[in-house]
Design a protein around this ligand. Structure first.
Ligand SMILES: [Fe+2]
Ligand SMILES: [Fe+2]
Length: 193
């Protein structure tokens, strides 16, 4: 994982970045599969949501990979086979994944990066953490909507979602002039349907 040029103090940060990179690649792959499952169930609204979050997780993975390479490490991930359930189950799984990253993974990695004053890693972890909070909110709203009415207009039709090209923050409607997580101009968000 490390080339001989990786400094000792960077190795712990690189190790955490590689774990985060793997998690994000797993999420990227899982949400793509969940989108296909939702399409198959005729749940086009949740399919749009999963396509947007899949793209956002890819942005997180790319950001982590850039820092890993900058620190002299290698960004490689072995993505396991992803179990796919029904869309309502997949929303629960995705929400639990995001909660794990928000509550445990990123806070732990952030505090390690802060203690080593590694600003590029701090930024990559912070952006992923803030964006994952937006995903958790969207999953929990989608779960509530599907639980109350699986045939609503929201569930049955595709929607535009807005994904920050820099940090992966995701929203259902334009919210401000700039990304609340990384400050990128909203004009530069990607629209995913
Ligand atoms: Fe993420
Ligand atoms: Fe952003």
């Amino acid at each position: 994982m490390f080339s001989p040029v990786v400094a000792m103090e960077d190795q712990a940060v690189v190790r955490n970045l590689v774990t985060a990179f793997e998690e994000e690649m797993k999420a990227h792959t899982a949400y793509k599969a969940f989108a296909a499952q939702a399409e198959g169930e005729g749940l086009h609204g949740p399919a749009s949501l999963f396509r947007a979050t899949s793209r956002a997780e890819q942005i997180h993975a790319n950001n982590h990979a850039r820092v890993i390479r900058h620190l002299g490490g290698e960004a490689l991930a072995d993505v396991p086979e992803i179990p796919v359930g029904s869309t309502i189950e997949n929303l629960k799984t995705a929400l639990a994944d995001q909660r794990f990253e928000i509550d445990y993974l990123y806070p732990a990695f952030l505090s390690a990066a802060v203690s080593l004053m590694d600003t590029t890693a701090i930024r990559s972890f912070t952006w992923a953490l803030e964006a994952d909070k937006s995903h958790a909110r969207l999953y929990s709203d989608a779960f509530a909507r599907l639980s109350s009415n699986v045939n609503s207009g929201w569930a049955r039709s595709r929607h535009d979602f807005f994904v920050c090209a820099l940090c992966g923050y995701t929203a259902e409607n334009p919210e401000a002039e700039n990304c609340p997580a990384c400050n990128l101009l909203w004009d530069r968000f990607e629209t995913i349907r």
